[in-house]
Design a protein around this ligand. Structure first.
Ligand SMILES: O=P(O)(O)OC[C@H]1O[C@H](OP(=O)(O)OP(=O)(O)O)[C@H](O)[C@@H]1O
Ligand SMILES: O=c1cc[nH]c(=O)[nH]1
Ligand SMILES: [Mg+2]
Length: 210
């Protein structure tokens, strides 16, 4: 699995804002939106493009377009905060949704929503979830996609734990990963350290303990 870490200074300043405890939910959401623009911009280097004839006011020439715009799939809830920024960069794309909530005791994902095309043969997919911790949630999501015939999955996240990256690598699924950081690891409650806390709660409210 190819892994790209977006270490651009402007990405790292947004990530720093997201990490800080004192950052309120409005600034957290704005920082996630801006960081997503940068992560998806870098991920888009992986998309196939094609040339086609166009005319400028001066002369005929060749234009460039995406050969096959990806289906965008945010993983609810936390991935919702990445959806607008990704769709703004990829206005030709359509969107599917997967809803997952991690059990606080077992850390296993519980699926509560799935809205995806039946057949994803030949369709690249861009999965959005800010957090890759144990990897259970993204693995569940990507298996749903692979079961529908998808063979080209790019995951965009903000923070990844080495444990989750290894789990995705070992899955054998056709994945590529773009993230703004690979952190130190997981704590005993399977939260990323140093991390940023619970990305869903920090955007939308809640009371998780780390
Ligand atoms: O890699 P994992 O160990 O599976 O953890 C990562 C998952 O945890 C978070 O979602 P959460 O379950 O907290 O749901 P939420 O987005 O509704 O807060 C996050 O957005 C990922 O989906
Ligand atoms: O650190 C973590 C781990 C899982 N989910 C989160 O939102 N944060
Ligand atoms: Mg959460």
């Amino acid at each position: 699995m190819d892994v790209l870490v977006v270490d651009h200074p402007l990405a790292q300043t947004r990530l720093t804002a997201m990490r800080r405890t004192e950052t309120d939910s409005g600034v957290f959401r704005a920082s996630l939106h801006e960081l997503t623009t940068m992560v998806v911009y870098e991920a888009a280097r992986l998309f196939a493009v094609e040339k086609y004839p166009i005319e400028t006011p001066v002369a005929p020439t060749e234009g460039t377009r995406l050969a096959n715009p990806p289906l965008i799939v945010p993983v609810l809830r936390a991935g919702l905060g990445m959806a607008d920024a990704a769709l703004a960069l990829l206005p030709e794309s359509s969107m599917g949704f997967v809803g997952l909530a991690r059990d606080e005791e077992t850390h296993e994902p519980r699926a509560y929503m799935e809205s995806l095309p039946v057949d994803l043969t030949g369709q690249p997919v861009l999965v959005l979830d800010p957090m890759l911790a144990t990897g259970g949630s993204l693995l569940h999501c990507c298996r749903l996609l692979a079961d529908r015939g998808c063979t080209d999955i790019i995951i965009c996240c903000v923070l990844a734990a080495p444990e989750g990256v290894e789990r995705l690598k070992d899955s054998g699924l056709p994945l590529r990963l773009v993230t703004a950081s690979i952190d130190e690891g997981l704590n005993e409650k399977a939260y990323i350290v140093p991390g940023l806390g619970d990305a869903g709660d920090r955007q939308f409210g809640g009371m998780r303990r780390f």
